[in-house]
Write a protein that binds this ligand. Structure first.
Ligand SMILES: [Ca+2]
Length: 498
């Protein structure tokens, strides 16, 4: 049967050629995740910051000026990004391990990015915080993820003996910031960098998918002294919008509702649903639960500046680690075939709207730094709106892999090909407040519209509309504006599908 034989030969040849072509094209992927980082970076126009290495990466990639997380809290944001599902589909809004287990039982089809790349020929490795603590599964990675990921967050330096090994303390026993005069690798982030460098120096034949999760600038703000020495913040660093806007209900800006139990452990009675004055006083309790910050009430200007100083120092500490990784990629001649993605899981309030920390739907908590440096694509900046949930399909496209069926984001490949094209897309973020009120936030080119509704019934509680062209600080709620322009925008946004 010569005809069939010929067909078989052609099929085998085609298969071989396509495999070879794909093998040649499959880039290495390095994903650098940073924890709790708002876009306070040189490459995002903040000239006060010393971030030469992230700036170097940005100069060699596409910087997304309008990238948003789907949920401004570590665990949910990261589960969404890694599974490619939106938070409503994941259904995990707490840090409860059982909720995560139930989600995985309910959605066995939601193969994670790490597992998908592993199944498609990649050597997948995870270091540090990719998922929230304890939510990792060994089977998603080619090698079980690096141990110690539960250890860095609450790292404490012995103040009397800074060069002694660091220890782990409960949150309420951790100083809110520390600036020991130690080498980078005395602290966890530096030690982790060394491990990753070792992996890069001993790369296998397979392309790698290397996910690297730095926990700074998450609290506690611990970094070597040399990074604190880079800054001397003055009052110009303080937020220009320290108060919640008049008439905006507490649910929009109060981010301590998940900390009633923590407060209780400290012998404090935090109201479950505070009125405005009490909410301002207790706001930012995640930070207030560390040593050195009053558990409620005013935070002095001096302390605010110390906190901002420490946050900036932690950013520069992470930046230095990124630099070491980039140097090794270049030295190993891997850079030309490695796509690098840099993201943070959400933004951070440094006093905006009376809040410190994350866990709101405001721009300051939902906007994230997001950089994709793909050797096959040009560099630049884009105003196209991007969401972290878009990363999974984008990386599949860049690697030449099919995307799994369950993904809910959209590939950013077209934006990478033509950064100047402004997609008329919308970013969707959400936040569950007081366990029974969901805030659903839409960010368009010009506006942010947030609808707070009762969970279950969907009944409107209140809503917010901000015009970013005139009010980037989101201080003036326009839902009752009589301006025809605002009425039109509001009506359009209210009709948008969530
Ligand atoms: Ca985080």
């Amino acid at each position: 049967m010569p005809m069939n034989y010929r067909l078989l030969c052609i099929s085998v040849l085609t298969l071989f050629l396509s495999f070879t072509a794909r093998g040649d094209k499959m880039p290495n992927i390095l994903m650098i995740a940073v924890d709790d980082l708002r876009p306070m970076l040189g490459c995002y126009g903040d000239e006060r910051m010393h971030t030469p290495n992230i700036d170097r990466l940005a100069a060699d990639g596409l910087v997304f000026d309008r990238a948003y997380c789907q949920y401004a809290k570590c665990g949910t944001s990261r589960l969404s990004l890694m599974t490619g599902l939106r938070p409503d589909s994941v259904g995990v809004f707490s840090n409860n391990h059982n909720d995560v287990r139930r989600f995985r039982e309910r959605r066995p089809d939601a193969v994670s990015m790490a597992q998908w790349f592993k199944e498609n020929g990649y050597d997948t490795r995870g270091f540090g915080k990719i998922y929230h603590d304890g939510w990792d599964r060994a089977e998603e990675w080619s090698v079980p993820p690096s141990p110690g990921r539960d250890s860095e967050m609450l790292e404490v330096v012995d103040a009397k003996n800074p060069t002694a090994p660091t220890t782990i303390a409960v949150r309420t026993a951790c100083p809110v910031f520390q600036s020991p005069d130690v080498e980078d690798d005395h602290l966890f982030a530096g030690r982790m960098t060394n491990k990753v460098i070792d992996v890069l120096k001993h790369k296998t034949e397979k392309p790698f998918f290397l996910a690297l999760g730095y926990r700074r600038p998450h609290l506690p703000f611990v970094a070597p002294k040399k990074y604190f020495d880079l800054y001397e913040p003055d009052e110009s660093w303080l937020t220009k919008v320290p108060e919640p806007s008049a008439g905006i209900p507490v649910a929009a800006w109060y981010n301590s509702d998940g900390y009633v139990g923590t407060a209780k452990k400290l012998g404090l009675t935090m109201p479950k649903r505070p009125e405005r004055e009490a909410a301002v006083s207790w706001n930012g309790f995640e930070m207030r639960s560390y040593l050195g910050v009053p558990p409620k009430g005013e935070i002095s200007t001096e302390l605010q500046l110390d906190l901002i100083h420490a946050y900036a120092a932690c950013i520069s500490y992470v930046d230095a680690q990124v630099g070491k990784i980039l140097d090794v990629l270049e030295a190993q001649d891997l850079r030309k075939n490695t796509t690098i993605v840099f993201w943070s899981d959400h933004g951070w309030h440094l006093g905006e709207h009376s809040a410190w920390g994350k866990m709101t739907n405001y721009e300051i908590a939902t906007r994230v730094p997001f950089i994709i440096s793909s050797p096959a694509h040009s560099n630049g900046r884009t105003d196209s709106i991007a969401e972290l949930v878009d990363l999974y399909p984008t990386l599949c496209d860049l690697a030449g892999l099919d995307s799994p069926k369950h993904l809910e984001g959209e590939s950013l490949l077209e934006v990478l090909q033509s950064p100047e094209t402004k997609e008329s897309s919308v970013a969707r973020s959400q936040y569950l407040r007081f366990k029974d009120m969901m805030g659903k936030s839409l960010r368009t080119d010009q506006y942010r519209y947030t609808r707070w509704e009762k969970s279950g019934t969907g009944e409107l509680v209140f809503d917010e509309l901000y015009d970013h062209q005139n009010d980037p600080g989101e201080t003036n709620n326009l839902v009752n504006s009589k301006s025809p322009e605002h009425r039109t925008a509001l009506s359009r946004l209210q009709k948008l599908q969530w």
